[in-house]
Every structure is written in C-alpha cells, then in structure tokens.
Design a protein around this ligand. Structure first.
Ligand code: ADP
Ligand code: MG
Length: 694
C-alpha cells in the first residue's frame, strides 16, 4: 500500500531530476501530488467528426493516417526546419497534423492505422490543422475520458502528472479523512478518497462537482475554523477601563481627537474593560490618525500595570512610531524600548532583560519582537500596524507572548466591505472615515515626460517656501532595468545638481540600516528638503511638513500603492500636491492615473483596484497575509462560505480547541494551512506550525 507521507520519489517513475522539479512546485511527498489539483479538464468523451471542426475549438477526433511527411532540415539546408506532418482522415474529411521540432515522433505513427488526437484546431497551410495534439493509438488510456490539466512547472509535463497521480491512486493509498463524520453527514459531503479520485479523474460531471464541492468546503472550513480559533475568546479579567488617566492623556494632546477617533476609542474602551480579550481591527484611510488611538489604548494598559508591544513592518516605520510614542509618553513616566534587527549585542541583551523584569513598559519594533527570545513580564496589549504586511500567523505569535492580551491591529489598506468580513472574520472592526480638520485634499496631477521639467521647477518653488518633497522611483540603480525607468540613485544625483543649496536625501532597500536611519532622520528633522526613495517609504511615514509627492514612472505602481504613497502628503495644514509622471503608459496605467486624479477616497480606490486587477490578484499578492488557497475562491464561493460558517460555529461550540479525537485531523489541517500564511512576508518568514498553538 502506498504511504502518502513518503517522499515523492517513492512514486514509480520519479527520479532525481523530476523530484527536484516537483520540489520547486512545493510538492515533496507522495501525498502532495494528490493535493496538486487540476486547473482544468479536457473532455475527450465525445468524438468530433473532422467535417465539423472549426478554427479555435479544442476537439477529440478519431482518424487514420493517410500519409507521413518527415520533418528535418529545410531543403537546401537553410532556414527553418520542416515540421513533421501527418495527413489524417475519417469518413467525413481530412486534417493536417503538425509537430514542430519533434522528428522523433514519426516512429509513433503508421500509415493506415487509427489514432485518437486531442488538440486545438487552427487554420493551416492546407485547410485546417492541429498542432501538437495529444495522441494515442485507439484504445489508449485517455480515450473517451475527462482528462485533467494541471498547473505545470518547467521539467514536468501533463503526461508526467497524469501518470503519477493515476499510479498513486491505483495503489489504493490509505487516505485519512480530515473531516469529522458529523460534518460530512450534515453537509452531504462525499468522503476524501472519493473526492480525490474524482477531482483528478472524474467519470462524469456530476462526480466532479461532488468532489469539487467537498474539497472547497474542506478548505474554507479549515480557514474559517482557524480564523475563529485565532480569536482568543478567553476570559481576561484585567479590568482595564478608561478612567481619568486616559482622559488626561487625551486632553494633553496638542489637538482635539476627531469624532471618528473618539468612536474608535470608545469601541476599544468597551473591549478593554469587558473582561474578555480585545480583538479589534482599526481600519482608517492614510492620514486618519490611527497611531494616537493606539497610543491611548497602550497608555491605558501601561497605567493598569501591563506592558504594551507594537509591531510595524519596516524598521523605518517602527523607528518613527518609537520616536512619536516616546515623545507622547515620556512626560507620563512611561518607559519605552526599541527592538529591530539592527539592535544587537549588549544593547539587545540589556533590553531583553528589562522586558522580562518589567522595567520597560512599551516595546516598539519590527518582526524582531516576535522572536522566541523576546519574553515579556506581563504583556497586556499587542498592536500591529499595517497589518496587511504581516501574516496572520505572525500576529498570532506576537499575541502569544502574553496571556490573552488585548489585540489591536491597524491597517490603511481599505478593503471592500464584502471582503473585510471574510478576510478579517476573526476581528471586530472599527472604521475611521474622517481626517483631522484643516486637511485639504491633495491636489493630484498626471503628466507625461514632457511635463517633468515644469514639475521640478514647481517643486523648487515650494521648497524655497520651506516645504519638503518626496520623489519616488521604481528602481534602485540605473543599471537595474530598461533605460525607460528612473532610478532613485540616478534621480538623487540629478536633483542634487538641480536643487543646489538644498539638501537632498536618498533612501533605498540596498542601503545599510544605519544609512537609511540617517537619511530618514535628516528628513524628519527638516534638514533634507527632498527625500528620493524607492517604495520603501510607502507605508506609514509621517512628515507633516512634506507637501509634494512626485512619483516617477507612475505606470509601474498599482492603485493601492499609489494611494499609499500619496497618503504621505496632505498631513499638515498646507496645500499638498501629488504629481504622477507617466512614461508612455498602457491603457490600464492611464486608467489608474485617471482614478487617482479623480478621487482621494481610499475605499473608492480599493473598489476600483479590485475591478481592474480582479480578486485573484487582490488575494494572490497576499496583501492581507491570508493563507494561500488551492481550490476555494473567497469571492466566487460565497454561498459555500455561508454553510461553512455554520459548520465551524457548530464544531467549535462543541469542542473549542478541536481536541476531541474526531476533530484532531481537522486541527492538524488548520495548523498546516496557517503555518504557510507567513511565508515570504517580512524578515522573519519562517513560522513553526507548532508555535501557532492550534
Ligand atoms: P495614519 O492613520 O495614516 O497612521 P497617523 O497616525 O500617522 O495617520 O497621523 C497622521 C498625522 O495626523 C500625525 O501627524 C498626527 O499627529 C496627526 N493627527 C492625528 N490625529 C489628529 C487630530 N485629531 N487632529 C490633528 N492632527 C491629528
Ligand atoms: Mg500609520
């Protein structure tokens, strides 16, 4: 019997080369082959008569070979090689079959014999033709079947995958059912063995649909139950309620909170005083003032005798938060610490020691704060900024550093309401739909290269009046790409010449952290008038005195990114400008520029983004740190999701930790799904499934 846990090369026909190619696709065990689902199917059950073929259609025909014209060097030995050509016929007509660069195939055919061909029909030199069809002698394996079409990687063919998968299933492997029996019965789902057989080699459409439904249901249930388990519903009788102290903190701010900020704080107040752990998403467009709301919440926790931690996706942003929070908190005697990859040696050891002993009240940092050696004495609240940059698993790792701490996650990436519920299903949501008073809408203008000089002249005038400006380019170095693209280093040199008498700073991802910090500090302090950068500054940076955002090669950036970049200006009371310099854009790039010029509303832009890029991209880019799904689609399968939600509630109500024997297999699935959620995100990408604690 086949063991699905065995390495993939235990399957017949898989040697070292194929094993390596499969590894690149993430397929390492025999079982993983079975979970590599077809992306499509070819229906070869019916036979089409040659007379009814038309260009563009994919068809299966049954025909005998009339003549074979061997391929080879062209006549006279020059020019393109001649293809191998077959003329085949059935009772209704003849068709040309061609194979390029495949002379060796000539041996596979004999004149007068009948074969099955499957392929796409196109216009040829003599009537219709089929190029590179799949073929087999009549009675071959795939005749009259629904044939799977798999996603491929180089070095692996459809034939390979079909053969291996068939061979595996034929070996009657033991496939453990991950879903509890009750779940199967209540939702009329087929068993896992049946589902796998029919997702790969369905006998008919009905069976394929049963299999698909079951696998989609399983995947969504794993996701949903996982998200629900992440929500720590534990009693957390910390009794933190907003008292006079927080009011004092808020009253001490140099500005009045907006109504939206006060509403968000009231939500947070309710959560923190409720005796249950808070799980809240604070969603507010760029510049709406999320940081100070988080600050008030952390202040409350600290004054109640707990520690607070805040995690940001980049060191620059973490450093900015640290500076701002230290400024806000120092007068109140709150002790703050900063932790990022660059904090090392004795400094780091001392910091970790103080965290453990409780001598630091607030830790601000990057992914570095979720490393195992970071231990808190009494962590009471955890804040994640720009949550869409983190995986769900990373957030969970931070929260596990305390005993059911309150959780506040913040994001500016607006997500359409219909999706927010799914993506952030485990969180309560507060929306801040208002900007601090006195802000003027950013004036946005799109121009082509012809307008560049005028734009920089305008920038010079603004700078002279004491403003600061950002210039963003897609590349780090001129050598990095086509000549058409601007680079940060190139622009830095150019602008240093152009703006003599003003200091121009540069920041990009290939600089050392200390250099980046120095550049950022100069810009924060107003010493540098211009900051030239790559998209490094995309999120979170807050310099209210900056009034110009000039984006070079704006056609290279997506809508969400452009909106984030524009959000860096318009943070003070002066009129701000966003200039998009577009180099011969595509129609889509022009549409993006048009949208940017026409609206400043992050929600409207997110909807447009979804429209332009489609849901695949939206989730595919893992903007939201969600696990990657194999077969389910959160937008398409909304109906299944409704059934899945009911089932997840039912399961967790009866067994909150999914620790009963019948639920354990599902729990393992959840751990596996979420362990992948953090992949490729940030500096600390490796997530150990065991640490997720689910
Ligand atoms: P974001 O929501 O994009 O993270 P920030 O928290 O960085 O926004 O705030 C942007 C700027 O607005 C900061 O300079 C902050 O001090 C300021 N700010 C926040 N709230 C108010 C307010 N109620 N009135 C005036 N300025 C505010
Ligand atoms: Mg922010």
């Amino acid at each position: 019997m086949t063991d699905l846990g065995a390495p993939v090369d235990s399957v017949k026909g898989i040697g070292a080369a194929k094993k390596a190619a499969l590894g690149r696709m993430g397929i390492r065990s025999a079982g993983a082959l079975l979970w590599h689902f077809p992306r499509d199917y070819e229906d070869r059950r019916g036979r089409t008569r040659i007379a009814s073929l038309s260009p563009g259609m994919a068809a299966a025909i049954s025909a005998s070979v009339v003549s074979i014209e061997a391929g080879g060097p062209s006549y006279g030995g020059r020019g393109a090689r001649r293809p191998l050509k077959l003329t085949v016929c059935d009772r209704t007509g003849t068709l040309e079959i061609v194979f390029f660069k495949a002379d060796y195939l000539a041996k596979s055919f004999a004149v007068g014999k009948e074969y099955a061909f499957y392929g796409r029909v196109s216009p040829g030199s003599r009537g219709l033709q089929m190029a590179h069809p799949d073929f087999s002698a009549e009675g071959g394996r795939w005749d009259g079947a629904i044939v799977p079409v798999y996603p491929l990687a180089s070095g692996i063919s459809q034939k390979d995958l079909r053969r291996w998968t068939e061979c595996l299933l034929g070996g009657d492997p033991r496939i453990d059912e991950p879903l509890p029996e009750g779940t199967l019965a209540r939702n009329r789902l087929c068993g896992i063995g049946y589902a796998l057989r029919n997702i790969h080699f369905p006998e008919d459409r009905r069976r394929l649909m049963e299999a698909r439904y079951r696998l989609i249901f399983e995947e969504l249930l794993t996701l949903q139950a996982g998200l629900m388990m992440l929500k720590s519903d534990n009693e957390a009788a910390k009794g933190m309620s907003f008292g006079a102290e927080v009011r004092g903190f808020v009253d001490g701010l140099p500005y009045r909170l907006t109504a939206a900020q006060r509403r968000a704080l009231a939500d947070i107040d309710g959560d923190m005083g409720s005796g249950r752990a808070m799980n809240r998403l604070l969603q507010g467009d760029v510049g709406s003032g999320k940081t100070v709301v988080a600050a008030a919440a952390m202040y409350k926790a600290v004054k109640s005798g707990f520690q607070a931690a805040m995690m940001a996706p980049t060191e620059t942003l973490a450093w900015q938060h640290f500076g701002e929070l230290r400024g806000l908190f120092a007068p109140h005697g709150v002790r703050t610490g900063f932790l990022a990859g660059g904090v090392r040696g004795a400094e780091r050891r001392a910091l970790l020691e103080k965290l453990k002993s409780g001598e630091i009240d607030l830790l601000v940092g990057t992914h570095a704060v979720i490393q195992p050696e970071v231990v808190f004495g009494r962590l009471g609240i955890v804040v994640t900024d720009e949550q869409h940059r983190f995986g769900v698993a990373q957030r969970v790792r931070l929260q596990q550093k305390g005993e059911s701490p309150d959780i506040l996650v913040m994001t500016a990436t607006p997500i359409p309401r219909t999706l927010a519920f799914i993506v952030y299903g485990d969180l309560d949501i507060s929306v801040m739909d208002e900007k601090p008073p006195g802000r003027q809408a950013v004036f946005t203008k799109a121009t082509d290269a012809g307008g560049r000089d005028a734009a920089y002249e305008f920038m010079r005038r603004e700078i002279r009046t004491g403003s600061q400006a950002y210039v963003v380019a897609p590349l780090v170095d001129d050598g990095d790409g086509g000549r058409a693209l601007k680079s940060a280093t190139g622009l830095h040199a150019e602008l240093a010449r152009r703006f003599k008498g003003h200091s121009v700073a540069l920041i990009h991802g290939q600089m050392r952290q200390s250099e980046k910090d120095a550049a950022m500090r100069d810009f924060y302090a107003g010493k540098a008038a211009v900051l030239v950068s790559t998209v490094l500054i995309e999120v979170g940076i807050n310099v209210p005195n900056a009034t110009i955002m000039l984006i070079e090669n704006a056609e290279r950036f997506g809508l969400a990114q452009l909106h984030q970049l524009r959000g860096r200006v318009g943070r003070g009371e002066r009129q701000s400008y966003c200039i998009l310099v577009t180099e011969r854009g595509s129609a889509e790039a022009e549409e993006r520029a048009r949208i940017m010029v026409s609206t400043d509303d992050g929600f409207a832009i997110a909807e447009k983004d979804l429209e332009l890029r489609g849901p695949g991209e939206f989730f595919g880019a893992r903007q939201h740190g969600m696990p990657r799904l194999r077969i389910a689609n959160l937008l398409k399968h909304v109906k299944v999701l409704a059934a899945v939600k009911d089932e997840a509630h039912l399961l967790l109500a009866g067994d909150p930790g999914l620790s009963l024997p019948e639920n354990r297999a599902l729990r393992e699935r959840i751990a596996a799904l979420f362990s992948k959620a953090g992949e490729g995100l940030g500096e600390d990408a490796e997530i150990d499934a065991g640490k997720i604690g689910i």
